[in-house]
Ligand binder design. Sequence first.
Ligand code: ATP
Ligand code: MG
Length: 287
Amino acid sequence: MGIRFRNVSHEYSSYTKKTYKAIQDINLSIEGTNEFIALVGHTGSGKSTLAKHMNALMFPTDGSVEIFGSEVTKKRNKKIKYNDLRRQVGLVFQFPEYQLFEETVEKDIMFGPLNFKVDSEKAKTLAREALSLVGLDDSYLNRNPFNLSGGEKKRVSIAGILAIDPKVLVLDEPTSGLDPYGRQVLMNLFSDIHKKTNKSIIIITHDMDLVYRYFKRVIVLKDGELTFDGTPDKLFQSDIIEQNHLDLPNTVKALKQLNEKLNLNLDVYQKTPEAAAKEVRRVMKHE
Ligand SMILES: Nc1ncnc2c1ncn2[C@@H]1O[C@H](COP(=O)(O)OP(=O)(O)OP(=O)(O)O)[C@@H](O)[C@H]1O
Ligand SMILES: [Mg+2]
């Protein structure tokens, strides 16, 4: 059991009565454990909309999303406890401002556990642990979340979801706006959580270096449609990249340039700068 999208569309309507189909006829299966998925696509392709369907924060206007056995459709079903689904699938929003609302960081992180009936002492401990996982020390506990920097807000909103310990984690651009070191720390954290707990993790990102290096599976959206579902290796070695207005990882781009400019025959599909350097050394030795 995990998350299954069956012919899911979501059409936004606005007061002007114009409607806009943000995702269209999506069929997708995400296992409840063992997935490490990158969700990519150009700006406005429907990634955040799709993510909000993964924990019933948004309801499809067509089709259905099965979340750990509960069938979520346009019509509300009194038998389904939608709040429970949000505990099973934790979603970190793209813009942390929408997630943070308490007057201290500690209260903010404790909110989820308290809401799910954890006692207050335990919730405090969970808050501390989650904060340290995202790389912030205890001095942040009494700070006002609204006075934090963008990157700090992002970390606190991630800590808030980690404290709930959901079965599946969905993170909407968790590393955007962070410095390279912070990005690395968080990616290592997600990767560690995945390896230690086998939890399924879905991360929305525009960073193709991260996609290539860390993920087992990539899902691509283009204009609201699912256009690719497979491994990063397959994605970056195909012309789907250009068709979907996506970029290649930097290692691949640099090695391609070297092949063209210096007329080399490098295997360009290297995931890290270290691997790229090794490949250059290997070929240079034979020149
Ligand atoms: N509340 C809304 N009302 C009307 N249209 C919306 C609403 N939210 C999003 N849209 C539209 O739906 C489309 C998909 O939006 P979405 O936020 O899912 O894209 P995204 O892939 O997450 O983009 P980004 O990479 O910029 O975060 C966009 O064209 C957007 O303008
Ligand atoms: Mg988005």
